[in-house]
Design a protein around this ligand. Structure first.
Ligand SMILES: C[S@@+](CC[C@H](N)C(=O)[O-])C[C@H]1O[C@@H](n2cnc3c(N)ncnc32)[C@H](O)[C@@H]1O
Length: 227
Protein backbone atom coordinates (compact mmCIF):
# COMPACT_ATOMS: atom_id res chain seq x y z
CA UNK A 1 0.00 0.00 0.00
CA UNK A 2 1.45 3.36 -1.04
CA UNK A 3 1.83 6.22 1.43
CA UNK A 4 1.76 4.06 4.56
CA UNK A 5 4.36 6.11 6.38
CA UNK A 6 2.25 9.25 6.10
CA UNK A 7 -1.18 7.85 6.64
CA UNK A 8 -1.56 4.83 8.86
CA UNK A 9 -1.03 5.81 12.44
CA UNK A 10 0.70 3.99 15.19
CA UNK A 11 -1.16 4.17 18.48
CA UNK A 12 1.03 6.81 20.04
CA UNK A 13 -0.27 9.91 18.37
CA UNK A 14 -3.82 10.82 19.39
CA UNK A 15 -4.99 9.81 22.83
CA UNK A 16 -8.60 10.37 23.95
CA UNK A 17 -7.35 12.24 26.99
CA UNK A 18 -5.37 14.64 24.83
CA UNK A 19 -2.14 13.87 26.67
CA UNK A 20 1.08 14.27 24.74
CA UNK A 21 3.51 11.40 24.69
CA UNK A 22 7.03 11.49 23.34
CA UNK A 23 7.55 10.03 19.88
CA UNK A 24 9.20 6.62 19.89
CA UNK A 25 12.82 6.47 18.80
CA UNK A 26 13.12 6.32 15.02
CA UNK A 27 14.57 2.82 15.20
CA UNK A 28 11.49 1.34 16.93
CA UNK A 29 8.88 0.16 14.42
CA UNK A 30 5.30 1.43 14.93
CA UNK A 31 2.83 -1.21 16.02
CA UNK A 32 0.58 -2.27 13.17
CA UNK A 33 -2.73 -0.43 13.02
CA UNK A 34 -5.66 -0.06 10.66
CA UNK A 35 -6.21 3.52 11.83
CA UNK A 36 -5.64 5.94 8.97
CA UNK A 37 -4.46 9.53 9.44
CA UNK A 38 -4.95 11.61 6.30
CA UNK A 39 -1.96 13.67 5.20
CA UNK A 40 -4.39 16.51 4.57
CA UNK A 41 -7.78 17.42 6.00
CA UNK A 42 -8.62 19.72 3.10
CA UNK A 43 -8.05 17.32 0.21
CA UNK A 44 -10.37 14.43 -0.55
CA UNK A 45 -9.15 10.97 0.49
CA UNK A 46 -6.86 9.22 -1.92
CA UNK A 47 -8.59 5.83 -1.83
CA UNK A 48 -5.77 3.89 -3.53
CA UNK A 49 -3.58 5.14 -0.66
CA UNK A 50 -5.93 3.58 1.90
CA UNK A 51 -6.62 0.20 0.37
CA UNK A 52 -4.49 -2.42 -1.29
CA UNK A 53 -7.16 -3.30 -3.86
CA UNK A 54 -9.49 -1.05 -5.89
CA UNK A 55 -12.89 -2.40 -4.81
CA UNK A 56 -16.32 -0.90 -4.02
CA UNK A 57 -16.20 1.20 -0.85
CA UNK A 58 -18.61 0.97 2.08
CA UNK A 59 -18.45 3.40 5.01
CA UNK A 60 -19.83 3.01 8.53
CA UNK A 61 -20.41 6.29 10.35
CA UNK A 62 -20.20 5.91 14.16
CA UNK A 63 -18.84 2.37 14.06
CA UNK A 64 -18.51 2.11 17.86
CA UNK A 65 -16.82 -1.06 19.12
CA UNK A 66 -17.14 -2.36 15.57
CA UNK A 67 -18.38 -5.96 15.82
CA UNK A 68 -20.67 -5.34 12.85
CA UNK A 69 -18.01 -3.81 10.64
CA UNK A 70 -15.31 -6.36 11.46
CA UNK A 71 -17.63 -9.25 10.66
CA UNK A 72 -19.09 -7.55 7.57
CA UNK A 73 -15.61 -6.83 6.21
CA UNK A 74 -14.51 -10.37 6.95
CA UNK A 75 -17.42 -11.85 5.01
CA UNK A 76 -17.11 -9.37 2.10
CA UNK A 77 -13.45 -9.48 1.05
CA UNK A 78 -14.39 -8.09 -2.38
CA UNK A 79 -15.38 -4.70 -0.88
CA UNK A 80 -13.35 -2.11 1.02
CA UNK A 81 -14.63 -0.74 4.34
CA UNK A 82 -13.97 2.48 6.19
CA UNK A 83 -15.05 2.79 9.83
CA UNK A 84 -15.53 6.32 11.16
CA UNK A 85 -15.70 6.96 14.88
CA UNK A 86 -14.87 9.96 17.03
CA UNK A 87 -14.00 8.04 20.22
CA UNK A 88 -10.48 6.69 20.12
CA UNK A 89 -11.11 3.95 22.68
CA UNK A 90 -13.85 2.46 20.52
CA UNK A 91 -11.79 2.82 17.35
CA UNK A 92 -8.94 0.95 19.00
CA UNK A 93 -11.25 -1.93 19.88
CA UNK A 94 -12.25 -2.21 16.24
CA UNK A 95 -8.61 -1.88 15.23
CA UNK A 96 -7.72 -4.88 17.40
CA UNK A 97 -10.62 -6.90 15.95
CA UNK A 98 -9.58 -6.10 12.38
CA UNK A 99 -5.94 -6.95 13.05
CA UNK A 100 -6.88 -10.22 14.74
CA UNK A 101 -8.92 -11.16 11.67
CA UNK A 102 -6.11 -10.08 9.33
CA UNK A 103 -8.42 -7.78 7.36
CA UNK A 104 -6.69 -5.97 4.49
CA UNK A 105 -9.99 -4.42 3.31
CA UNK A 106 -10.71 -2.45 6.50
CA UNK A 107 -9.42 0.99 7.45
CA UNK A 108 -10.47 3.24 10.31
CA UNK A 109 -10.51 6.95 10.76
CA UNK A 110 -11.07 9.04 13.88
CA UNK A 111 -13.18 11.96 12.80
CA UNK A 112 -16.50 13.74 13.06
CA UNK A 113 -18.70 11.84 10.60
CA UNK A 114 -20.26 14.89 8.95
CA UNK A 115 -16.79 16.38 8.32
CA UNK A 116 -15.70 13.21 6.56
CA UNK A 117 -18.80 13.25 4.37
CA UNK A 118 -18.59 16.98 3.65
CA UNK A 119 -14.89 17.32 2.96
CA UNK A 120 -13.04 14.02 2.62
CA UNK A 121 -15.11 11.49 0.71
CA UNK A 122 -14.54 11.77 -3.05
CA UNK A 123 -17.63 12.35 -5.20
CA UNK A 124 -19.40 9.22 -6.49
CA UNK A 125 -17.03 6.98 -4.55
CA UNK A 126 -19.18 5.12 -2.03
CA UNK A 127 -21.27 2.03 -2.75
CA UNK A 128 -22.97 2.02 0.67
CA UNK A 129 -23.10 4.06 3.88
CA UNK A 130 -24.13 2.39 7.15
CA UNK A 131 -25.41 4.45 10.10
CA UNK A 132 -26.42 2.26 13.00
CA UNK A 133 -27.81 3.69 16.20
CA UNK A 134 -26.57 7.25 15.77
CA UNK A 135 -26.83 9.22 18.99
CA UNK A 136 -30.56 10.11 19.03
CA UNK A 137 -30.45 13.45 20.88
CA UNK A 138 -34.04 12.81 21.91
CA UNK A 139 -34.91 16.23 23.38
CA UNK A 140 -36.40 18.60 20.85
CA UNK A 141 -33.97 21.40 21.76
CA UNK A 142 -31.06 19.03 21.05
CA UNK A 143 -32.28 17.99 17.61
CA UNK A 144 -29.67 20.22 15.96
CA UNK A 145 -26.97 17.83 17.20
CA UNK A 146 -28.36 14.90 15.21
CA UNK A 147 -26.25 13.57 12.37
CA UNK A 148 -29.12 13.15 9.92
CA UNK A 149 -30.22 16.53 8.58
CA UNK A 150 -31.28 17.76 5.12
CA UNK A 151 -27.72 19.02 4.59
CA UNK A 152 -26.21 15.64 5.55
CA UNK A 153 -28.58 13.82 3.21
CA UNK A 154 -27.51 16.06 0.35
CA UNK A 155 -23.76 15.75 1.02
CA UNK A 156 -24.12 11.96 1.26
CA UNK A 157 -25.77 12.03 -2.16
CA UNK A 158 -22.64 13.61 -3.62
CA UNK A 159 -20.42 10.92 -2.10
CA UNK A 160 -22.59 7.97 -3.15
CA UNK A 161 -22.19 6.21 -6.47
CA UNK A 162 -25.33 6.29 -8.62
CA UNK A 163 -27.57 3.57 -7.09
CA UNK A 164 -25.43 3.77 -3.95
CA UNK A 165 -27.29 3.05 -0.73
CA UNK A 166 -27.55 4.28 2.82
CA UNK A 167 -28.72 1.98 5.60
CA UNK A 168 -30.01 3.07 9.03
CA UNK A 169 -30.98 1.47 12.28
CA UNK A 170 -32.26 3.22 15.36
CA UNK A 171 -34.14 2.48 18.56
CA UNK A 172 -35.72 5.97 18.53
CA UNK A 173 -39.14 6.21 16.81
CA UNK A 174 -38.83 10.03 16.71
CA UNK A 175 -35.44 9.89 15.00
CA UNK A 176 -36.72 7.20 12.63
CA UNK A 177 -39.58 9.49 11.62
CA UNK A 178 -37.20 12.40 11.04
CA UNK A 179 -34.91 10.22 8.88
CA UNK A 180 -37.88 9.13 6.73
CA UNK A 181 -38.97 12.78 6.37
CA UNK A 182 -35.60 14.22 5.30
CA UNK A 183 -35.02 11.47 2.73
CA UNK A 184 -38.54 11.80 1.36
CA UNK A 185 -37.91 15.54 0.91
CA UNK A 186 -34.82 14.92 -1.25
CA UNK A 187 -35.86 13.86 -4.78
CA UNK A 188 -32.54 12.10 -5.41
CA UNK A 189 -33.49 9.15 -3.20
CA UNK A 190 -35.97 6.33 -3.18
CA UNK A 191 -36.78 4.19 -0.15
CA UNK A 192 -35.75 0.54 -0.51
CA UNK A 193 -35.78 -2.54 1.69
CA UNK A 194 -32.83 -3.77 3.73
CA UNK A 195 -31.49 -7.15 2.55
CA UNK A 196 -32.11 -9.93 5.05
CA UNK A 197 -28.43 -10.87 5.06
CA UNK A 198 -27.60 -7.36 6.30
CA UNK A 199 -30.41 -7.25 8.88
CA UNK A 200 -29.18 -10.56 10.26
CA UNK A 201 -25.81 -9.08 11.20
CA UNK A 202 -26.31 -7.29 14.51
CA UNK A 203 -24.30 -4.38 15.85
CA UNK A 204 -23.04 -4.19 19.43
CA UNK A 205 -25.75 -1.73 20.49
CA UNK A 206 -28.42 -3.71 18.70
CA UNK A 207 -27.49 -6.88 20.56
CA UNK A 208 -27.81 -4.96 23.80
CA UNK A 209 -31.19 -3.47 22.79
CA UNK A 210 -32.48 -6.90 21.82
CA UNK A 211 -31.35 -8.38 25.12
CA UNK A 212 -33.36 -5.65 26.88
CA UNK A 213 -36.43 -6.22 24.69
CA UNK A 214 -36.09 -2.83 22.96
CA UNK A 215 -37.50 -2.73 19.44
CA UNK A 216 -35.20 -1.45 16.68
CA UNK A 217 -36.16 0.14 13.37
CA UNK A 218 -34.45 -0.23 9.98
CA UNK A 219 -34.57 2.00 6.90
CA UNK A 220 -32.66 2.15 3.61
CA UNK A 221 -32.51 4.60 0.70
CA UNK A 222 -30.95 4.45 -2.75
CA UNK A 223 -29.51 7.32 -4.76
CA UNK A 224 -31.42 7.15 -8.01
CA UNK A 225 -29.62 6.81 -11.33
CA UNK A 226 -28.89 10.28 -12.74
CA UNK A 227 -29.88 12.09 -9.54
C1 LIG B 1 -24.92 4.49 19.99
S1 LIG B 1 -23.31 4.19 19.40
C2 LIG B 1 -23.57 2.93 18.14
C3 LIG B 1 -22.30 2.24 17.77
C4 LIG B 1 -22.46 1.15 16.68
N1 LIG B 1 -22.92 1.71 15.43
C5 LIG B 1 -23.41 0.08 17.15
O1 LIG B 1 -24.54 0.04 16.65
O2 LIG B 1 -23.02 -0.69 18.02
C6 LIG B 1 -22.98 5.61 18.40
C7 LIG B 1 -21.51 5.73 18.05
O3 LIG B 1 -21.35 6.75 17.10
C8 LIG B 1 -20.30 7.60 17.51
N2 LIG B 1 -20.66 8.92 16.99
C9 LIG B 1 -21.77 9.62 17.29
N3 LIG B 1 -21.82 10.76 16.59
C10 LIG B 1 -20.71 10.76 15.82
C11 LIG B 1 -20.19 11.67 14.87
N4 LIG B 1 -20.85 12.80 14.60
N5 LIG B 1 -19.02 11.39 14.26
C12 LIG B 1 -18.35 10.24 14.56
N6 LIG B 1 -18.80 9.33 15.45
C13 LIG B 1 -19.96 9.59 16.07
C14 LIG B 1 -20.28 7.52 19.01
O4 LIG B 1 -19.02 7.85 19.55
C15 LIG B 1 -20.66 6.08 19.25
O5 LIG B 1 -19.53 5.24 19.26
Amino acid sequence: MAGVQCSVTSHQSNSEEGSRRPSPPASRPSPPSLIYRPCSYVDRLDLPDLFALAQPLEVELGSGDGSFLAEYARTHPDHNFLGVERLLGRLRKLDRKGLRLGLSNLRLIRLEASYLVDYLLPANSVRAVHVYFPDPWPKRRHEKHRLITPRFVETVRLALEPRGRIYFRTDSPEYFEQIAEVFAANPAYQAIGTPGSLTALLTDFERDFQARGIHTLHAAFERMEGA
